[in-house]
Write a protein that binds this ligand. Structure first.
Ligand code: SAH
Length: 424
């Protein structure tokens, strides 16, 4: 048989053909969306969007293939849930401020080199946040506020952070400075807030770090120092330093997937391990009888308690504790949980936590992971210790970056004997 001739078609024709074969609206929009990542002026210098050489369609295929590769031995990996509009999704914009020829410039900080790729319009950030940064940069130069210069150690303004809530429309501007002093402070705040009525609070944070981290000292220059956001119908108060997911659209999808997998009926006792500010558990609060949260970071624990109170949720308690320590203690005290949510950092759950979890033997475990490698390791342990994997659902929380988030449902195998400490 002769070779099939290759038919060359224009790119638009290929897209048209693909569009015609796609009936789903989300899929069609994805195909139509311009590959904006290709247009980013600084993509070579920046490096934050590791997948910027691919259009969004391909990025999703790439992530799906990576998730399948890591997780297929545990069962079927459902199709990754992508974003309909995968741009301007971040509700926390961070721009480094540097001095260039004596003037302030803004850019994306590069952790690998400590350098800055100059821009004021990163397309991952909220659009109004980008406009605020642009205006702020002009204002800083006009009011002669000295930008920080890492070479000389002189200057004041190190970086700008802007948080926003799409639900309440509130914006918070955080000016991260070397000292608790900023020249022409009152003029700066007045002009900024006059220009953008959406800004409900401005905070000055004092940071001695060269990196993009916030310091522990801060002073509220305008408003309350917090904004509120709504996730899955619950309110969350966010301060400058609160940990909060950066992609609110996909966070709702992620949490709703986790809650759906948990199969809650209203009578369950829920453990929210690695709970951060309590968001996942609190979103499930209406469908459980009690929530216990365990979290290492004391500030996050305080926020979790405040968030519970803000929503009038009285059946939630939070412990400032290492999740493994908490779990071991709970097992010793004979405490039982019907469902455990676990959402650890990239390193995954600790072995001690997993051992105690297997002894505690909840009916269902919902594992939310930001790293398929450690997820595979931890699933391997749980499958050997009385659990089976029922659902595996990747969710794209960070379009254009290589990060993959996955929600997994595990249920206790029927007739499996409970593990005991020392079995492993
Ligand atoms: N579930 C939350 C937070 C997930 S991020 C959310 O969806 O927003 C992971 C959290 O685990 C962080 O808040 C981190 O402080 C916490 N953490 C890290 N190591 C821990 C440990 N050993 N024990 C308890 N919490 C830990």
């Amino acid at each position: 048989m002769g070779k099939t001739p290759v038919v060359y078609r224009k790119k638009e024709q290929v897209i048209d053909a693909a569009e015609n074969s796609v009936t789903n609206k989300v899929e069609r929009n994805r195909l139509r969306a311009p590959a904006r990542s290709d247009r980013c002026e600084i993509k070579k210098k920046c490096g934050a969007c590791q997948l910027s050489n691919m259009d969004y369609e391909r990025q999703l295929k790439f992530k799906q293939a990576a998730a399948v590769k890591m997780l297929k031995r545990f069962g079927h990996v459902e199709e990754i849930i992508g974003m309909e509009t995968p741009y301007n999704y971040r509700c926390k914009a961070q721009y480094a401020v540097r001095s260039s020829g004596g003037k302030a410039v803004t850019g994306v900080y590069q952790s690998s080199t400590g350098g800055t790729a100059v821009t004021d319009s990163c397309y991952l950030n909220d659009e109004l946040s980008n406009r605020i940064v642009k205006y702020l940069r002009k204002l800083v130069n006009e009011l002669k506020i000295p930008p920080y210069n890492p070479k000389t150690g002189k200057g004041v303004l190190r970086h700008i952070m802007i948080r926003n809530s799409a639900h309440t429309g509130e914006y918070m501007v955080v000016l991260v400075c070397r000292d608790d002093y900023i020249k022409n402070e009152e003029k700066l705040v007045k002009r900024l807030c006059e220009k953008f009525s959406e800004i409900s609070t401005v905070v000055l944070n004092v940071s001695k770090s060269a990196k993009m981290t916030l310091g522990s000292r801060e002073r509220v220059l305008f408003g309350s120092g917090t904004i509120e956001d709504i996730l899955c119908g619950k309110r969350f108060r966010i301060s400058a330093r609160s940990f909060y997911q950066v992609n609110p659209v996909q966070t709702e999808i992620l949490y709703n997937t986790a809650i759906k997998f948990a199969g809650l009926t209203g009578s369950e006792r829920l453990l929210d391990a690695y709970c951060g500010t309590g968001t996942i558990g609190l979103c499930a609060a209406d469908n459980v009888s009690a929530i216990v949260g365990a979290e290492l970071n004391s500030e996050a624990v305080k926020d979790a308690r405040k968030n519970a109170a803000l929503n009038g949720i009285e059946n939630a308690v939070y412990y400032e504790a290492d999740s493994a320590e908490y779990m071991r203690k709970a097992v010793r005290n004979g405490e039982k949980f019907d469902v455990v949510f676990t959402d650890p950092p990239r390193a995954g759950c600790s072995r001690t936590f997993l051992e105690a979890l297997a002894v505690c033997a909840p009916q269902r475990i919902v594992y939310v992971s930001c790293n398929p490698e450690t997820l595979a390791r931890d699933l391997g342990f749980l499958v050997k210790n009385g659990y089976k994997v029922n659902r595996i659902q990747p969710v794209d929380m960070f379009p254009h970056t290589r990060h993959i988030e996955t929600v997994v449902l595990l249920t206790k195998k029927q007739h499996s004997k409970n593990a005991a400490f020392g079995d492993h």
